[in-house]
Design a binder for this molecule. Structure first.
Ligand code: FAD
Length: 273
């Protein structure tokens, strides 16, 4: 740990300049990076502390009054306390409540969760189901990447070394939202599988975390639900559509069974009265 070389930025522009000129890696809440440092797996030694960049810690709506804009440094506690997130994206509040313990909720940021790119990251299925857009900025300019195109493979993202994740934008959502996480216990567990879903009457959306190398949507299952198939038919489509990973946290067989159970739970819970 003592070998780490740390600088601190006091503005986004300064951070971007340092990243370009010195090739430093941003560090936000450090809840993922310090674990890597502890285990000796942290590759970058030159880090840039962005924790104090208040402009990245805002939550609000865009000029259109519809799009929810969440700054990258928003913590899980910020999300839980935000009236606009509770109103527009309640599944994100549910996910935030289930992340780690209070200490992690106070330090962990959504930017860190997204860029860290673990398929078990709990906000990832939420942003996938919400059709979110990731805002990336460097001194070369700003670009918006659909969340569902942000991951290029296991823990691989399309972010460039000189880019900061600035915010996540979520369009307004029709329909009931749900988030469910299954771990070894009810609290403080890494997901064996997680699901975020939206019961938009025209376009139901289902996303799973911890099922594959990256967060995934299940378009065939969504199409089955959209075209009015029964939940039994949709469950059969899901079973054929997914090919879960088998790893230290869970078997593929278990994950497939739980994914189907979660889909059935979601459809029942959100059924019109
Ligand atoms: C005890 C414990 C429990 C946990 N429980 C959970 C859990 O239940 N669910 C879950 O999903 N996660 C969990 N985590 C993982 C972690 O807390 C989250 O992934 C957290 O959101 C990471 O955010 P951070 O700000 O701490 O990221 P950091 O550790 O600061 O950074 C992580 C990565 O993101 C990059 N990064 C951070 N911010 C930006 C940015 N704005 N732009 C570009 N790159 C950036 C960093 O360079 C680094 O590569 C847990 C961690 C611990 C230690």
């Amino acid at each position: 740990m003592s070998e780490l070389d740390l600088r601190r930025a006091s503005s986004v522009d300064e951070a971007l300049t340092i990243m370009r000129d010195e090739g430093r890696t941003p560090i936000a809440g450090a809840t993922d990076l310090y674990v890597a440092a502890q285990f000796g797996t942290l590759v970058p030694r030159k880090l840039l502390d962005i924790w104090k960049l208040k402009e990245l810690r805002t939550i609000g709506t865009a000029a259109d009054g519809q799009t929810l804009v969440i700054g990258a440094l928003s913590t899980y506690t910020d999300l839980m306390q935000s009236a606009v997130v509770q109103d527009r994206l309640p599944m994100l509040v549910t996910a935030a409540r289930l992340v780690g313990g209070v200490q992690i909720q106070n330090r962990g940021t959504i930017g860190g969760n997204i860029v860290n790119g673990s398929p078990a990251g709990d906000t990832l299925p939420v942003f996938a189901a919400a059709d979110a857009v990731v805002v990336l900025r460097s001194l070369r300019g700003e670009r918006r990447v659909p969340f569902n195109e942000f991951y290029a493979g296991y823990r691989k993202t399309v972010i460039k070394p000189d880019e900061l994740l600035i915010a996540v934008e979520t369009p307004s959502i029709d329909g009931i939202q749900a988030f469910r996480k299954v771990g070894t216990r009810a609290a403080q567990a890494i997901s064996k599988i997680a699901m975020a879903a939206v019961r938009d009457p025209k376009r139901p959306r289902i996303a799973f975390g911890s099922l594959a190398a990256t967060v995934v949507r299940v378009p065939k299952t969504e199409a089955a639900l959209a075209s009015g198939n029964s939940i039994d038919e949709a469950a059969a489509v899901l079973e054929a559509e997914i090919n879960p990973i088998d790893d230290v946290r869970s078997t593929a067989v278990y994950r497939k069974r739980v994914a189907v159970n979660l889909l059935r739970w979601f459809w029942k819970e959100t059924a019109p009265a």
